[in-house]
Design a protein around this ligand. Structure first.
Ligand SMILES: [Zn+2]
Length: 217
């Protein structure tokens, strides 16, 4: 059984790296973001709570996140293990999580703030069909237009330099105690998140002493 935590700032590729890590190792990817989207989509009690919180423009509380993760892990469909991203959120949760689940390793994807800014501020969204674009890695064929439906692309309302700076501050402040706790238990592996996704995955597997990554198909 392999149990890993994926940590990293927005834009560091947490989701992508978690998926790649799960692929051939039969691990279950537990993404807190996806978990909430699932609850909202399926109109669960938790989904209603999340919807209300977001509607009020507030952040989802640590306790709600913890409840959702606990509920997800209680399904015990992770026979070979899991990779979790978006959790734990604070030192107390990290302590509890370490003790309850005997975590094998924590991957900390390192990305300098200026690179986060470059990546996040280059994101564009199609308001017509919901397709995501990125002016660095995933440009539309015609500048400013959606490849699929031709709608003019927009920037997400919360992808402004000011909003991003606030999110970065918040991230560093909240993550520091979690990382410190994991570091004391000597389970953290720092990985440079700047190279291409496949290269980053190779480094992650080396760090965790896992079989090498072989791209699919
Ligand atoms: Zn579109």
């Amino acid at each position: 059984m392999r149990k890993y935590v994926m940590m990293g700032v927005q834009g560091s590729g947490k989701g992508t790296q978690s998926e790649l890590l799960c692929q051939d190792l039969d691990l279950v990817h537990i993404s807190v973001g996806d978990l909430f989207r699932w609850h909202v989509k399926n109109h669960t009690k938790l989904g209603a709570q999340v919807r209300r919180t977001m509607h009020a423009g507030e952040l989802i509380g640590d306790d709600t996140v913890e409840a959702a993760v606990q509920d997800r892990l209680d399904q015990h469909d992770w026979n070979f293990g899991f990779v979790i991203d978006g959790f734990p959120r604070n030192g107390r949760q990290a302590e509890f999580f370490m003790e309850s689940y005997d975590i094998d390793g924590v991957i900390h994807l390192e990305l300098p703030d200026d690179e986060v800014r470059r990546r996040v501020l280059s994101r564009r969204l199609c308001p017509g069909c919901g397709m995501d674009y990125n002016l660095i890695a995933d440009r539309p064929r015609v500048e400013g237009c959606c490849d699929i439906c031709g709608t003019e692309l927009i920037t997400r309302a919360d992808d402004t330099p000011e909003a991003l700076a606030a999110r970065l501050r918040d991230y560093h402040e909240k993550t520091r105690p979690v990382l410190e706790l994991f570091r004391r238990k000597e389970v953290v592996h720092d990985v440079d998140a700047r190279p291409a996704p496949e290269e980053v995955q190779v480094k992650i597997r080396e760090a965790l002493s896992l079989p090498p990554y072989t791209p699919k198909g």
